[in-house]
Design a protein around this ligand. Structure first.
Ligand code: GLN
Length: 422
């Protein structure tokens, strides 16, 4: 007997309740990894040991300003080392790149985050390890004095799109026990990286590490990094594209400490972790991810957070170096007006011009993003045939222009103008 399919009712296909696939995927990640029990909550800062190991939140922010959230995405936790990229970016913009780059390196150290080791110039290896981050706080302290911490807190809030508070108990706990960081502070002062009051600088650093965020906040902060410094929720340009590109560079090489090489090899997304249990990952021009789960591996990276990032990258093929693009798709039409008379009704004056020049007008219709490769391809197409008197670039379907694309267009126009002038 032929069975008829079950009737499609509102409950079997309910489009209003359907989920975007990305959200479904995050739910699957949550379900798959919530049972993962490996790792240990950090307790070298005693107050951190009180975190609930069951907490697990995953949030993904898109660059058009949507935020997906699964699990405990509104549970506050301390930002810890995830503050480092933002404070580095802030220092680059506030003090100038030259000043910052003259005392903080950009080489991976291959050491744990709390290593008491400087590079051959007696400078911190990079701003992602404690030595570099304490140096950054020191530089900002020279410039902002007692206002340095509030300056940092306010800036991190602009990355998150909301005002951020401090966990006073975690701050006090780290301040009471942070002798290793004090040792780093004094080492930096004997090498003139910090030029003033070490306890005041460490106070800024401990407070900045105790800033409270949620997985949702860190996704938005990561998305701001992925969006050349523009917060996709507020539209605010928080720091310059220069600071963003340099920050993402050191996140790529050093964001995950002595796991950084493995991380960029396998996951391929610039990221930063914190001993509070957060990981943020920023895929340029695509998305920001924030996860929270307090159990850490031996490198100090959240165990579940790493799994989420690895799975997301593998499932959607997000490795930043695994990209391709076909520049030829940017041209959707290329014709001489004379050969393709438009059916549009034109005014007599327009008809007159067209009648006179119809053989000499070439129209190139472009679509999508004007990038280096796309504009280069178009310019070669132009150069490859006899040059018409007029060239019309129809850019109505162009949605974005990269800097390289804009520069090449300007150079192409300049060349056309030079050839056109007698
Ligand atoms: N405040 C912590 C420390 O300095 C930050 C370390 C981290 O998150 N990896 O030890």
């Amino acid at each position: 007997m032929k069975r008829s399919p079950p009737p499609v009712t509102a409950s079997t296909v309910n489009w209003t309740r359907s989920q975007p696939p990305l959200l479904r995927f995050l739910h699957t990640c949550y379900a798959n990894f919530v049972t993962e029990a490996a790792g240990a909550v950090a307790d070298y800062i005693p107050e951190l040991g009180k975190a609930d190991p069951a907490h697990f939140g995953i949030s993904l922010a898109t660059l058009d300003g949507h935020v997906y959230e699964v699990g405990d995405t509104r549970v506050p936790f301390t930002i810890q080392s995830m503050s480092k990229p933002f404070v580095f970016a802030l220092a680059l913009d506030t003090l100038g790149a030259e000043r910052v780059e003259s005392v903080i390196g950009v080489e991976p150290s291959g050491d744990p985050f709390n290593s008491i080791r400087l590079n051959a110039d007696n400078h911190p290896f990079n701003a992602m390890v404690n030595a570099g981050a304490i140096a950054c706080s020191g530089l900002l302290h020279v410039d902002k004095g007692d206002g340095a911490f509030d300056y940092i807190r306010h800036a991190l809030g602009r990355f998150a799109g909301r005002e951020l508070d401090v966990d006073e108990a975690v701050y006090a706990s780290e301040s009471a026990t942070g002798d290793r960081n004090r040792a780093i502070g004094y080492l930096l002062r004997t090498n003139s990286v910090i030029t003033e009051n070490v306890p005041a600088v460490l106070d800024v650093y401990f407070r900045q590490c105790a800033i409270l965020v949620t997985a949702r906040d860190t996704a938005v902060m990561a998305a701001t990094l992925a969006n050349r410094g523009i917060n996709p929720l507020t539209g605010e340009q928080v720091v310059t594209p220069y600071a963003i590109a340099r920050t993402l560079s050191v996140m790529t090489s050093s964001g995950m400490y002595d796991f950084a090489g493995e991380w960029i090899y396998r996951v391929g997304i610039p990221a930063k972790s914190g001993v509070g249990g957060g990981i943020l990952a920023a895929l340029p021009a695509r998305l920001g991810l924030g996860s929270y789960s307090p159990k850490l591996d031996k490198h100090g990276n959240s165990v579940r957070g790493i799994k989420v990032c690895e799975t997301l990258s593998a499932h959607y093929d997000l490795h930043m170096l695994n990209r391709s693009d076909d520049a030829r798709h940017s041209i959707i039409a290329d014709y001489n007006i004379g050969k393709n008379p438009s059916r549009r009704v034109r005014r007599p004056q327009e008809q007159e011009i067209l009648a006179k020049h119809f053989q000499e007008v070439r129209v190139i219709e472009l679509v999508g993003t004007l990038s280096l490769s796309n504009v280069d391809y178009v310019s070669r197409r132009l150069a490859g045939s006899p040059r018409p008197e007029f060239v019309i670039f129809d850019l109505r379907r162009v949605t974005a222009t990269t800097r390289a694309g804009a520069r090449l267009v300007a150079e192409a126009f300049q060349e056309l103008a030079e050839l056109a002038s007698p």
